[in-house]
Design a protein around this ligand. Structure first.
Ligand SMILES: C[S@@+](CC[C@H](N)C(=O)[O-])C[C@H]1O[C@@H](n2cnc3c(N)ncnc32)[C@H](O)[C@@H]1O
Length: 280
């Protein structure tokens, strides 16, 4: 798991490194090389994070750091790894998942006549959210082949999601009964996901800022603790994309600190806090 770095930003050198022009050149170059639009991430946080990484690697400007990444694939891979924050855990915010199971899924599943649901965990990190859903859906309807697609911009984290190793911190909210039923031991302080969870989950690379947003494909979309790093216009584009990708009656589940600033303007109705429904 990559932990966020919150060291203070290096002091900008007047007319030199880490100034606005330097950052603008850096984000243009990174987008041209990797397709990642750093301009859509909140500039204060992203700038601080990148300047800390650059300084730690011994560079005195954003562009000196970029030029070195051009020559050194390992430095580039390290940068891409650290600029995405992969913190997650199983059953993260259990009360919200309680609401999902007790208040959101029953009417949704009744409306779909108990057929398999198509679920998207957007910004899935190492898969804890996708496997949480697989566990809950298995508990609700073990014989129904619900499909859960986990996507992330970070290819290395997706490789971990396909063959997960959860540690005791990941497992904090998982009861001993659930642990025994769904997460077999994989060594000291390590648990993995059981085959009946894996068979429900698929993982693929997807950049929420670039799309695509397939039309009316999902019954439920989870996007939690991902858009907090994005600018307001970028968030708005993403939420409109999710609206497109939900089937009528489908639900968007957002993180515990997240709100859609004007869900009605997009077309959503607020079902209960943190759950937005696309009308039938
Ligand atoms: C803090 S984790 C959230 C994991 C999970 N949703 C949860 O709430 O536990 C944020 C994830 O968003 C991913 N991410 C960042 N920018 C992204 C983008 N543009 N498109 C898709 N995923 C992105 C990161 O790679 C990271 O794995």
């Amino acid at each position: 798991m990559t932990l966020p770095v919150f060291s203070p930003a290096p002091t900008p050198v007047a007319g030199g490194g880490f100034d606005d022009a330097d950052y603008d050149s850096f984000i243009k170059k990174v987008q041209a090389k990797t397709g990642i639009k750093l301009a859509d991430y909140k500039p204060e946080q992203m700038r601080r994070r990148v300047s800390t990484m650059a300084t730690r690697s011994g560079f005195h400007s954003f562009m000196a750091y970029y030029n070195a990444m051009e020559r050194d694939a390992e430095l580039l891979a390290g940068f891409l790894d650290k600029m995405t924050i992969n913190v997650s855990e199983l059953l993260r915010n259990p009360n919200r998942f309680d609401d999902l199971v007790k208040k959101v899924l029953p009417p949704l599943m009744a409306q779909r006549k108990n057929a398999a649901l198509n679920i998207w965990s957007a910004g899935c990190s190492y898969g804890a959210e996708a496997y949480t859903l697989a566990m809950l859906m298995h508990e609700i309807s073990p014989a129904v082949p619900h499909r859960i697609k986990g996507t992330d911009i970070d290819t290395e984290i997706l490789a971990r999601a396909r063959d997960p190793r959860f540690n005791s911190a990941d497992m904090l909210n998982i009861s001993p009964e659930r642990r025994a039923a769904h997460f077999p031991s994989a060594g000291a302080d390590a648990w993995t996901s059981a085959p009946h969870l894996r068979s429900k989950c698929q993982f693929a690379k997807h950049d929420l800022l670039a799309g695509p947003y397939p039309k009316a494909e999902y019954d439920l979309i989870l996007c939690r603790n991902v858009v907090i790093y994005f600018t307001d216009p970028a968030k708005e584009r993403i939420y409109r994309g999710f609206y497109e990708s939900l089937k009528p009656g489908g639900v968007l589940f957002v993180g515990g600190t997240e709100r859609l600033s004007d869900h009605r303007a997009i077309g959503f109705e607020l079902q209960i806090p943190f759950f937005y429904r696309k009308p039938l």
